[in-house]
Design a protein around this ligand. Structure first.
Ligand SMILES: NC(=O)c1ccc[n+]([C@@H]2O[C@H](COP(=O)([O-])OP(=O)(O)OC[C@H]3O[C@@H](n4cnc5c(N)ncnc54)[C@H](OP(=O)(O)O)[C@@H]3O)[C@@H](O)[C@H]2O)c1
Length: 250
């Protein structure tokens, strides 16, 4: 989608109320899109609406509910769909997980991507639409303190690639791309894991974050997602995202 076409485009962001989702909704809104933001807790969504004004519509809902996915795809037909919502798993070694805690990110993150991607293909969204999913750098190297999180995020990358193949097979013209952000202390979810890994290694949080390098921020994530939508040459299926920017994964 060329940069000048983002103005006035309909965008929908799941998990828009804080962290990366808030940064993404803000960047898309500032680029001129009409953004629908979905999260369960109404309060933070309303705060974002107060900041962004009429270009932002707050929809308090469970993004992992298949009925919500169907209703909102039908209602808004987004040209830009960002599937960012994600649960924070319990930070524990594997033997301290139950099957229910282990599979939380499958029940929320993967289920929501599955439902929305399916609805996007079936609708289908208009040719030229872009669907971006939030996987994780953990999908490349594991995340030993977060149960099934890394596997769930790897499944999201696969699901997104399968959808890209189906879009191509049916000549739908819908682009599907996954983004794998690096762990960052700059969001609620990331801060939990930075603290957990620092404690496991017996180092201060500041020491651990120094070793991680520059922290990826919600603002940088918002810019990266906007670049992916509009930028020329960013046409790969998956990207690693760090504070240094996007890097294509092959
Ligand atoms: N931060 C990191 O270091 C990092 C690294 C790699 C990948 N990621 C991924 O990036 C995404 C965003 O992470 P974040 O760090 O910004 O997390 P966060 O700060 O915890 O924000 C999560 C957002 O998702 C929403 N959410 C959670 N469950 C939901 C549901 N069932 N339905 C609708 N909304 C839901 C939350 O709002 P409510 O609770 O009000 O619903 C919130 O808006 C996640 O998919 C995460 O796995 C994060």
């Amino acid at each position: 989608m060329p940069g000048n076409e983002i103005a006035g485009a309909a965008a929908l962001v799941t998990g828009a109320s804080r962290g990366f989702g808030s940064g993404i909704a803000t960047a898309l809104s500032k680029a001129g899109a009409n953004v629908v933001g979905v999260a369960r807790d109404r309060g933070p969504l309303e705060e974002l609406r107060a900041q962004l004004g009429e270009s932002f519509t707050a929809v308090p809902a469970d993004a992992a509910d298949p009925v919500v996915a169907g209703q909102l795809i039908d209602a808004y037909r987004p040209a830009i769909l960002v599937l960012n919502a994600g649960a924070t798993p319990l930070p524990r070694p594997i033997q301290h997980h139950t099957w229910q805690t282990f599979s939380r990110n499958w029940d929320v993150d993967v289920a929501h991507v599955f439902h929305w991607v399916r609805e996007a293909l079936l609708a289908p969204l208009a040719p030229g639409s872009v669907v971006i999913t939030l996987s994780s750098g953990a999908a490349l190297r594991g995340s030993p303190l977060s149960g099934g999180y890394a596997g769930a995020k790897a499944a999201i990358r696969f699901l997104t690639a399968y959808a890209a193949e189906e879009s191509q097979r049916a000549a739908l013209g819908i682009r599907f791309v996954s983004v794998l952000p690096q762990l960052t202390p700059a969001t609620a979810l990331g801060a939990v894991y930075v603290a957990a890994y620092a404690a496991q290694q017996g180092v201060e949080v500041a020491t651990f974050t120094d070793d991680l390098g520059p922290a990826l921020t919600p603002e940088q994530t918002g810019k990266a997602i906007t670049d992916l939508v509009t930028g020329p040459g960013l046409d790969q299926d998956a990207y690693l995202l760090t504070a240094a920017g996007l890097r294509a994964l092959t």
